[in-house]
Design a protein around this ligand. Structure first.
Ligand code: MOS
Length: 702
């Protein structure tokens, strides 16, 4: 009966998804819903001098053309405490509130019409005159400045001096391009006002924050906004924040007095929901001849917008991944006239690991040492930065398990020494780390006289399998079979949940679900069946809620997920084409709640990492400050033909020091380490060290 956790359960929402019963934001259709289309700025900086909206207003089906000239002023009530997903420095874009333009593509007008086609046609008729100003549209690392939020610099020991004395060194610069989330589901918002209360069906990774943000923008009580989001068709960080288009939808609905639906186009997604910032990194390593690190310097310079300061944990891996007495990290920002970057899967960490793990590979070459041996020689037995023991760490087992499955021992050390006909064969590896976070969360559990249970939390499921894993946790805690338990999420009417990001959902919401289930059992008294117990209490159902928060474990232990990645590439010796033949990853993620969905997370991470290594990049036109390939045809992501053998292994783990479920969180770790393992394999195959992503055929032939 019990024992759901740890079993490879199929998605409980799988049937709803494949039959189309699962409804996504843009599919909600309140009666008399109208449609909104946006007009985006064509210049990256300046002011709007004039609008000519006459043709748009006369177009068929048009109900309103909204610009800063006729939009109501919104109060933007200040936050006492800023939402953790918003940058701590700067101010979010106040959309349709003034003539200033901060980036190309900024929404400057909205057209409301009876149909989507009418709205988009009329939006194309809006004429705009600009007072354009000179914009900063090129990334110039020399203009980098320290973040205003914090110093941006950390020191352990004396890294510069140690580097100067080191017998073996590497010192190189790595470039990571601007990347976009490009989830399958475009962002969309449906807004409905009734008696001063707003309902939003919105694509979001955090319904509670969505409601709070919009309440602040409109100056209304938070409980006057209800946000509903039962399904998310991928997000990868793009739906963490409440972006300006959500405000526009709510504003338009209020102005026309009817519900509206706003669906961003694929092109608009490139300017509306953030992106992974272009980042340039210097890594300098010093080592003894036996491979032990004596100095590690990691500097990162990333782009941000001129109106907000987005920072990320690019340098966290440098501080914790290896044992090293002398570590210096320095983070800098370059302001540009672009929309604000945001978190994108394993934000910063995946970017930083690309540079760090490629540099480690370069050090292995300089030392004439096996790359895996080099990692083992510098194994961090504790978190040297925080000076804390790990709550758990099975990275050694990850290295061993993945290396064995991969056949790492068959690797001939010299580059260009392994061949299969016309193909150069390369083996590469990398370490993966990602911090395990936990946040406060609430859940409720209700048992009914028919022996079923309903468990609820305002959590989100952007694809990792929250519905399924929470159902498993609840079924075990209630000692019920899985099919007797239903889990609901994605609605501010449910008990509060934290952001569905940073891989925190299982450790946070899972712990609350377990606690709520235990609470309802305690209320009913143990030892009887639920129908008997309810009869005894004279009720037909019983509910309990639980509110859980982290204890002081993070003061005593450092909690991280770990992984070891091995990749085999084949490079056409004449044409430079790269094929990733195999990726093997082994992971320490604590207890695995569901091996099927856990494996899917890592497969997705491997495919994403393949894209990061070989395909993905926003082609940037500095003349216009605009992404040129803002579509799925030209922004390349891996397709099935790019993906060959992927193998995912989990080492046994159960981290009860981190949380009562023993799970460390499993999402972002899947992307970590994949791109550097592939880049290192390309070096091994070709002898060419490409330090700029993506590694294209053109770069290899140059
Ligand atoms: Mo993730 S980038 O925290 O959605």
């Amino acid at each position: 009966m019990s024992g759901s956790v740890g079993r490879p359960v199929s998605r409980v929402d799988g049937r709803a998804k494949v039959t189309g019963a699962a409804r996504y934001a843009a599919e909600f259709a309140p009666a008399d819903v109208l449609h909104v289309a946006l007009v985006g700025s064509t210049v990256p900086k300046g002011r709007i001098a004039a609008f000519d909206t006459r043709a748009a207003q006369k177009a068929e089906g048009v109900r309103a053309v909204i610009t800063h000239l006729n939009a109501p002023r919104l109060p933007y009530r200040p936050f006492e405490e800023r939402p953790e997903v918003d940058p701590s420095v700067g101010e979010p874009l106040r959309v349709l509130q003034g003539p200033e333009i901060h980036f190309s593509g900024q929404p400057i007008a909205a057209v409301v019409a009876d149909t989507l086609a009418q709205a988009r046609h009329a939006a194309a008729l809006v004429r705009v005159t600009y007072d354009a100003q000179v914009a900063t549209t090129t990334f110039d690392g020399e203009r980098g400045r320290a973040p205003k939020a914090e110093g941006g610099e950390t020191r352990r020991g004396a890294a510069v001096q140690a580097l100067g004395k080191a017998p073996v060194t590497v010192d190189a610069v790595y470039v990571h391009p601007r990347e976009h989330h490009n989830a399958m589901e475009p962002h969309a918002t449906v807004a409905l006002w009734e008696d001063g209360h707003l309902t939003l069906w919105d694509k979001t990774q955090w319904v509670n924050n969505d409601a709070a943000e919009i309440a602040h923008v409109f100056g209304i009580p938070e409980d006057h906004v209800r946000v509903i989001c039962p399904y998310v068709g991928g997000a990868f960080g793009s739906a963490l924040r409440t972006w300006p288009h959500v405000t526009i939808a709510a504003l338009a609905a209020r102005l026309v007095g009817q519900p509206v639906r706003l669906e961003l186009t694929r092109r608009e997604l490139y300017t509306s929901v953030g992106f992974r910032p272009h980042t340039e990194q210097r890594v300098a390593l010093g080592a003894r001849r036996d491979g032990r690190l004596t100095a590690l310097i990691h500097e990162a310079t990333a782009q941000t917008s001129a109106y907000e300061e987005h920072t990320e944990e690019t340098l966290a891996p440098a501080r914790v991944t290896y044992a090293c007495p002398n570590v210096l990290t320095r983070y800098r920002l370059v302001e540009m006239d672009v929309n604000t970057p945001t978190s994108m899967r394993a934000p910063g960490v995946a970017t930083g690991l690309f540079a760090l793990e490629c540099a480690m590979d370069e050090l292995a070459v300089a030392l004439d040492m096996d790359p895996l041996e080099l990692r083992l020689a510098n194994y961090a037995e504790r978190n040297e930065e925080d000076d804390l023991p790990w709550s758990s760490k099975e990275l050694r087992a990850c290295y061993r398990m993945a290396a064995e499955r991969f056949g790492w021992s068959r690797r001939a050390p010299a580059p260009r020494s392994m061949r299969d006909g016309a193909w150069l064969v390369g083996y590469g590896m990398a370490s993966a780390v990602y911090p395990a976070y936990r946040s406060e969360a609430c859940a409720s559990a209700t048992v009914f006289a028919d022996g079923t249970a309903l468990v609820r939390s305002a959590a989100s499921d952007m694809g990792p399998g929250t519905y399924t894993a929470m159902t498993q946790v609840a079924a075990d805690a209630l000692e019920l079979p899985l099919d007797r338990v239903r889990f609901e999420l994605g609605d501010t009417a449910l008990p509060r949940a934290p952001v569905h990001g940073g891989s925190i959902t299982m450790a946070s919401v899972g712990t609350a679900v377990q606690a709520a289930c235990e609470a309802v059992r305690a209320k009913l008294g143990a030892g009887r069946s639920y129908p008997d117990a309810l009869r005894e209490h004279g009720v037909d159902h019983m509910e309990a809620t639980a509110e859980v928060e982290p204890g002081d474990e993070s003061k005593k232990f450092s909690s991280w997920a770990f992984g070891a990645l091995f990749a085999e590439v084949r490079v056409d010796a004449d044409l430079g084409m790269v094929r990733v033949a195999r990726i093997v990853g082994a992971y320490d993620v604590g207890r695995v709640i569901n091996p099927t969905t856990a494996r899917s997370q890592c497969l997705g991470g491997m495919v994403g990492g393949l894209g990061m290594a070989l395909l993905e990049q926003a082609d940037w036109d500095p003349r216009f400050g605009r992404v040129m390939n803002a579509n799925f045809a030209e922004y390349l992501v891996p397709v099935n033909a790019d993906v060959r053998t992927l193998e995912v292994l989990f080492v046994p783990g159960d981290d009860r020091r981190f949380n009562p479920l023993g799970a460390k969180g499993l999402a972002e770790i899947g992307l970590c380490g994949v791109a550097p393992a592939i880049a290192n394999a390309v070096y091994h195959a070709t002898g060419r060290r490409i330090r700029t992503l993506p590694i294209t055929l053109e770069a290899l032939l140059a």
